[in-house]
Design a protein. Structure first.
Length: 368
């Protein structure tokens, strides 16, 4: 059964915008929503200081942030973020998927970046308050949703290498359509051997902007070589597959087993990743979280013992990988198409999210 959790919306003061988007302009934005380009009228916000703790919980007009040039985040990159979606079901109700897991990861990220930890209740309440205020922005088309972006940044005005004594937490929202407008298509991946996303003891397990900034140059170089995205290897041996710039990786073997790189401290613990691990176990597949050498993956694609490779994340859900290339190799997976395990897992996961299939694990959380 789908679950609901208590929320405390009374904790959030609603301060409506004085300039709401017109019905016509909102309808135009919802007619063909694109990822992260249009935003709702409001944002949820909570402030923190070392003296007061978390305070001033409110929903206010979406708009520019005023930052002093000496604001800490601009100089020392003390910031974190999350990503999740709100789905409108056929009966009109609105749900999100495993937000407790996002809240817990947000807390872990905050701890790693020396930011104040936001409670799980505040995290959940902020989502519910914003969605209730801007519910008219939730699209209803096939595979559309309202993307929710919680984030936190160091807001103290000072120059000095120490944790900020002030922080701001916000949630903004954007109506989005299917990640692949023309249908799910396999992507091509370039394996980077000269760059690494994160190292042992670093911030790889935290969802912070610096990890993504570090991936942009190798991503740019991969695209110049004719590939869609880049895959990173471990920094210690430069031999083990870790993850893409923003997605986890799965490998399907000819014997039906499924492997994914084990969490090492330098890999992001994806909510979609953990959900897929459960679903493939439910389907009877042997699941192994383990180190995956690039040499083993290459050999498996060459001899057919690896039949599918896919990536996963909140935005695209499940993305088939049809081509894997790097220095000295260029290999095809699943004949360059989406394989049967990839397709079935993606279909099952999206069916749960949109309320078309039973929520056996209680992953859904009702917002409206």
């Amino acid at each position: 059964m789908s679950t609901t959790s208590p929320t405390s919306l009374a904790n959030f003061e609603i301060r409506p915008t004085a300039t709401p988007t017109s019905d016509e302009d909102r309808a135009a934005a919802l007619a063909a929503p694109r990822f992260g380009t249009a935003f709702t009228d409001h944002m949820a916000r909570i402030s923190w200081t070392a003296e007061q703790g978390w305070h001033d919980r409110r929903v206010e007009a979406y708009g520019p942030l005023r930052l002093d040039p000496a604001t800490a985040v601009l100089h020392y990159a003390q910031e974190i973020f999350e990503g999740l979606k709100a789905y409108r079901h056929a009966d009109g109700s609105v749900w999100t998927f495993r937000p407790e897991a996002n809240a817990q990861r947000f807390a872990r990220s905050a701890h790693r970046l020396a930011l104040p930890v936001l409670s799980e209740q505040d995290f959940l309440d902020s989502l519910a308050a914003l969605v209730a205020t801007d519910s008219a922005w939730i699209p209803t088309g096939e595979e559309t949703s309202l993307y929710l972006r919680p984030f936190m940044y160091a807001s103290e005005v000072f120059l000095g290498v120490r944790p900020s004594a002030a922080a701001e937490y916000l949630v903004i929202a954007s109506p989005v359509g299917p990640y692949f407008a023309s249908g799910v298509r396999p992507v091509s991946i370039w394996v980077a051997e000269d760059y690494h996303r994160a190292g042992a003891g670093g911030t790889g397990a935290a969802k912070c902007g610096g990890n993504y900034a570090a991936s942009l140059l190798p991503q740019q170089e991969a695209q110049a070589l004719g590939f869609d995205q880049v895959c990173f290897l471990d920094s210690s041996t430069n031999t083990l597959v870790e993850e893409l710039g923003g997605m986890n990786v799965f490998v399907v073997h000819a014997d039906g087993s499924v492997s994914t790189p084990e969490l090492s401290g330098s890999i992001l613990e994806g909510v979609t990743r953990s959900s897929i691990l459960q679903l493939v176990r439910d389907a009877g597949h042997e699941v192994r979280e383990r180190p995956i050498p690039l040499a083993e993956l290459r050999a498996g694609l060459e001899d057919g013992s690896v039949t599918e490779v896919f990536a996963c994340g909140t935005a695209a859900v499940v993305t088939p990988i049809g081509r894997l290339g790097g220095v000295g190799f260029d290999l095809t997976a699943a004949d360059g198409e989406a394989g049967p395990v990839t397709s079935s897992i993606r279909a099952e996961l999206t069916d749960i999210q949109y309320g078309r299939a039973a929520d056996r694990h209680g992953w859904l959380h009702r917002l409206l």
